[in-house]
Design a protein around this ligand. Structure first.
Ligand code: G1P
Length: 287
């Protein structure tokens, strides 16, 4: 049986939804409490049993690779001062045993194009895709782990979905699903009348390598970009794809309000800061 060892993380985008914060800093380096978004998704992949991350990045974003590299001066300094907890935090940004490969997406030609940039590394393997501006939380099994579990049973591509307000379907890829949890239809950012359901593609995918052949043939779609959803739609004619409805929290951290909501939620849950933060918030509510 095939297992899933690769996770592709598309991180070459310009982050225009979050200006001015993202003018000189990648949006994936925005922090939720004390960790950048990119580290949350790398950890999600690791917890799902994946051992190789393929970061699809851009020349303007070297801090993403640096974050997962060693920082010799900082580590030496912390070691000399015997600050071992801090040393651990600085050193273990990449989980132990995890490998990180980065490839470049020189031109912003869309999410489908970004995933295709990982093909020379992933080759003939099934792989997960995690969009790093979407941060998911589940107490037991994270979204990628749920897709990996579904793949272990069915050996076909699976896509994480979550119901959204009908008025929000225009912001997402929307899927139709039959009673066997097989995807029947996929449309990128449909208008309300076109939408087959209100089940949105939330930004976690697991693909068989056949998606690469479809991506190679995908023409520019919505927004003039090579859309992953269009390649998935084409693959549907050839292979079964399953939808996994995710029952955890989903935060769109590429959006200012979504990011603030995530910050609040993660801060309240933080093992060291949670209690003090909750008190702070309730004291602020008095005014
Ligand atoms: C992308 C995908 C879309 C998906 C969304 C999830 O859109 O194209 O299908 O629903 O991510 O966040 P974007 O948000 O990049 O416009």
């Amino acid at each position: 049986m095939m297992s899933v060892n690769f996770a592709v993380i598309p991180a070459a985008g310009l982050g225009t939804r979050f200006l001015p914060a993202t003018k000189a800093m990648p949006k994936e380096m925005l922090t939720l409490v004390d960790k950048p978004l990119i580290q949350y998704v790398v950890e999600e992949a690791y917890e799902a049993g994946i051992d190789t991350v393929v970061l699809v990045t851009h020349a303007a974003k070297p801090s993403l690779e640096n974050h997962f590299d060693r920082q010799f001066e900082l580590e030496t300094e912390l070691e000399l001062k015997n600050k071992l907890t801090l040393l651990g935090l600085a050193r273990n940004t990449l989980p132990q045993g995890m490998k990180l490969v980065s490839v470049r997406q020189g031109k912003a030609l869309g999410l489908g194009h970004a995933v295709a940039c990982a093909a020379p590394v992933v080759q003939d393997n099934s792989f997960a895709v995690l969009l790093p501006d979407v941060i998911c939380y589940h107490r037991q099994r994270n979204a990628t782990a749920q897709l990996v579990a579904d793949f272990a049973h069915h050996q076909v591509s699976s896509i994480a979905l979550q119901a959204v307000e009908p008025s929000a379907v225009t912001k997402y890829g929307i899927a139709g699903l039959n009673h066997n949890s097989e995807i029947t239809q996929l449309i990128e950012k449909p208008n309300i009348e076109q939408a087959p359901s209100n089940l949105a593609v939330l930004g976690r995918y697991l693909f068989t390598p056949s998606i690469f052949a479809e991506l190679a043939q995908t023409q520019r779609g919505v927004g003039g970009e090579i859309q992953l959803t269009d390649a998935m739609h084409a693959l549907l004619n050839k292979e079964t794809m399953r939808g996994v409805v995710f029952d955890g929290e989903v935060h769109d951290c590429g959006d200012k309000l979504g990011y603030l909501a995530a910050t609040l939620t993660f801060a309240k849950r933080h093992p060291e800061l949670g209690e003090a933060f909750s008190q702070l918030i309730s004291s602020m509510n008095k005014y």
